[in-house]
Design a protein around this ligand. Sequence first.
Ligand code: SAH
Ligand code: SF4
Length: 367
Amino acid sequence: MLHCNKWILRITLWNLKLNKPLLIDHSFEDWDWEGVPNFRMEQVRDWIFEKGQLDWGKMSNLPKSLKEKLTERYDLVPMKIMRVQGSKDTTQKFLWRLRDHQLIESVLIRANQDALGNRSSRLTLCVSTQVGCALGCKFCASGLDGLKRNLTTGEIVGQILLARKEAGRRIDNLVFMGMGEPLANLRALLPALDQILSPRGLGIGARHLTLSTSGLVPKILELAKYPAQIRLAISLHGGDNETRRKIMPINDRYPIEELFKACEKFIEKRRKMITLEYILIENLNDDLQQAELLATHARRLNAKINLIPYNQVDGLEWRRPTLPRIRAFQKKVEQGKAPKVTLRMEKGHDIEAACGQLRLQESSNLS
Ligand code: SAH
Ligand code: SF4
């Protein structure tokens, strides 16, 4: 097995070596193409970030000689679509194949109605940050095979560029709740955020961007120093350490008390509400005592609560509670005077939208 893994690693490195550098792995400010005037680089920036054009050949206002030179030097396309599931007027899930043939997913969610009942056109993209995940939460499809590798900056930004192209319009909100632990890949993620937020990049406002973490305490503290007003969501999934550690091994490293101290530091620096995410799993964390604890935590942190009925994963034993049990849990949290509680009935339940599930299905089809 070890021998086999070594080979896979070698083939992956070899594949990456064969590829040219990916231009959008580097921020626009760092582009330096010996002797190419700034206005030409500005034209390329405009093609990529404003028009979503990822084909050198189609950048019609560039001289032929420059197009040839750039084609030789840089790749523009970080990934290709391998499969799309779902339809254009509901939720769509994209399975992407990266340049080294690894698979990742992004999910495009359409808000059906606004507060007045009008059809709303808000688009939210759920973005991946790693191939697989090392943290091994027991309920999650992404972590089943461990971590394959971190995504690069361009592979993170590329999901948004390409999903925007597929949707044919701009994306309003981003949630980093796809495959992987975003805070375990800050080295690629922070420059990706710079490109996403910059008016010269994708120009998406920081308030429209949420990072979700399973609770990597030192990284939350590091993120607190990031200047933009991005939002933070914590995957809690248990009201006490005993419950949480049953499904989240990370809790042994960073128990709830430590996690909350880091959250308080994050909040102190930003004066923004964070969100506590809570997956409801039958007979594991869905009893009313847990609901009371959750409300107490939310009051202490002045945090929103997002209840998420568990999305079943093939091969795993966990189940979603019945609707009356879900409602009773929600009611108890509300009675506990939690500042704000929402129940998210998974929009993509029918298309296996929980992170990692489509990739899992695809790899079992291929094997
Ligand atoms: N690694 C980060 C972000 C990716 S997971 C984190 O754990 O927060 C995004 C969210 O999806 C997390 O709250 C995670 O617990 C949840 N999730 C994972 N598998 C799920 C499933 N099968 N059903 C419902 N939510 C799930
Ligand atoms: Fe990783 Fe998040 Fe899945 Fe846990 S829930 S295994 S941290 S992706």
